[in-house]
Design a protein around this ligand. Structure first.
Ligand code: PSU
Ligand code: MN
Length: 313
């Protein structure tokens, strides 16, 4: 008999069996988005934030030939240290990384795909991937967008990453039919920045309101994912003008070094952390934790909604 491809921790298995609220957490931000050892501390803080909200965290990664739902401390540390190369895993990469028994960190797209396999409906990240600047020439558009079109998981994020072309990202989300909810805001937040000049097509002001919208959208059988865009906490938000300066420099370096493909996002994020003397890193950490907490509260509200539907039925 062949070995099972999926392995879950006891905590995740028990939560799934009992219909308890679960939140999937991505691991690319740990392996490729934040530096060691901040990344390990952030990963632990994200799990703690989900628990404080009353839900169970399932950090997703690939290791030892298995798709792991929930990680033990050793696997988390291997991902964070990055001594051995850690693959950046999107939907297309699962088979190759599993068969080669590689170590893989899942992106938003990869985490959504894995969460859906396990019936987990909410995940948290920092900033969504999207349409890169200059995409009209490079065609660099994150697989996160395509995944949102097909996979029924709500992604709690702080908008799309501010290194992206936001108007094009919004256009593509509209084309793909992805619900986008500003959380407590009427305009799209922009990752390190609380605000952009772009209107969010819908708004929700509480976890219960988000859950009601998701339940209506999914209750019709429309499928597909959704975005909940939660602005970075005020105390950690960056000044837009200073950020624009750092980003221009990071982009200049990326062009000079001909960085392309899946390395673009990690390169820009790490250069921004250095150029801003840690300011973007602090903002990234703060928004990640806030998003994990909100995802936990939404998962709790969704589970309560399931109970209400069962009682009515
Ligand atoms: N949010 C962060 N840092 C990150 C990411 C999200 O705060 O590093 C990751 C997510 O895993 C997302 C990926 O899916 O960046 C986007 O990569 P790309 O642009 O190559 O699709
Ligand atoms: Mn890309």
């Amino acid at each position: 008999m062949s070995e099972p491809l999926i392995e879950e921790t006891e905590e995740v298995a028990t939560a799934r069996a009992g219909g308890r609220p679960l939140v999937a957490l991505e691991s690319t931000v740990i392996a490729h988005g934040l530096p060691w050892p901040d990344n390990l501390h952030a990963a632990e803080a994200l799990e703690a934030a989900v628990r404080e909200a009353g839900a169970v965290p399932a950090t997703i990664a690939l290791a030892d030939g298995r798709l792991k739902l929930g990680l033990d401390r050793d696997t988390l540390e291997r991902l964070a240290r990055g001594g051995a190369p850690v693959m950046k895993v999107s939907r297309r990469d699962f088979g190759a990384v599993l068969a080669h028994r590689g170590l893989g960190a899942t992106t938003v797209a990869g985490t959504m795909a894995a969460a859906a396999l396990a019936g987990i409906r909410v995940m948290a990240t920092g900033g969504l991937g999207g349409v890169h600047r200059g995409a009209e020439a490079s065609f660099d558009i994150s697989a996160d967008l395509g995944e949102l079109a097909r996979t029924p998981v709500a992604v709690v994020c702080s908008g799309a990453k501010s290194i992206l072309d936001l108007p094009k990202t919004l256009e593509l989300l509209e084309t793909l039919g992805v619900p986008l909810l500003g959380y407590g805001c009427a305009r799209l937040p922009a990752f390190y920045l609380r605000d952009s000049e772009h209107a969010a097509p819908a708004r929700a002001d509480s976890p219960e309101e988000v859950a009601a919208i998701l339940q209506a959208q999914w209750g019709l059988g429309l499928g597909g994912g959704a975005l909940v865009a939660n602005p970075v906490p005020q105390s950690a938000a960056l000044d837009p003008a200073r950020f624009a300066g750092w980003l221009a420099e990071a982009e200049r370096e990326a062009a000079l070094q001909e960085v392309a493909g899946k390395s673009v996002t990690p390169f820009l994020l790490s250069r921004l952390h250095a150029l801003s003397d840690g300011a973007t890193l602090a903002a990234n950490r703060a928004l990640l934790i806030d998003n994990a907490r909100l995802a936990g509260r939404i998962a709790v509200a969704l589970a309560a909604g399931d109970g209400a539907v069962a009682a009515r039925g």
